[in-house]
Design a protein. Structure first.
Length: 145
């Protein structure tokens, strides 16, 4: 009798574990279904909001497109914007250095010195340092005369 009672408890326990696993599986299937549906809706709304070359592709080509293409494009855009900002800052530094050099050559040493004092010498590249040093030499020559 004790053995029978032990087996029924084990059977009940196995039944509960099986029911629990089944319930978790159902919940996961439902979550996956709605997640996939949401992703599909986001892709269609994004494709409608941003007409690009992808909009001119045939439906078969759209199906074969990699799902991460939009993420890769967004990352490439962020990298390009960062590089663009860095290049603009470098160009502005070159412009300031060139203008300071031009003013120093024209004899406007006070203005050239003021422009050089605004430039961060620690952030200069090797080429920019050469132009900076040449401008300082021209300013010194202008002061001596």
């Amino acid at each position: 009798m004790a053995n029978d009672n032990k087996e029924t408890k084990q059977n009940r326990s196995m039944f509960l574990y099986t029911a629990l696993i089944f319930a978790v599986a159902l919940v996961l299937i439902i979550i996956a279904f709605f997640g996939q549906k949401n992703i599909r809706e986001l892709r269609t709304s994004t494709a409608q909001a941003v007409p690009t070359a992808a909009a001119t592709k045939s439906p078969e080509e759209k199906k074969t497109r990699e799902p991460d293409e939009l993420a890769l494009t967004a990352n490439a855009l962020a990298d390009a914007q960062k590089e663009n900002t860095e290049l603009k800052a470098e160009l502005n530094t070159y412009k300031s250095l060139a203008l300071a050099y031009q003013k120093a050559e024209a004899g406007e040493t006070a203005e050239a010195e003021a422009m050089l004092s605004e430039i961060d010498t620690q952030a200069l590249t090797e080429e920019q340092k050469i132009l900076y040093d040449q401008t300082e030499k021209v300013i010194k020559k202008g002061k001596e005369q």
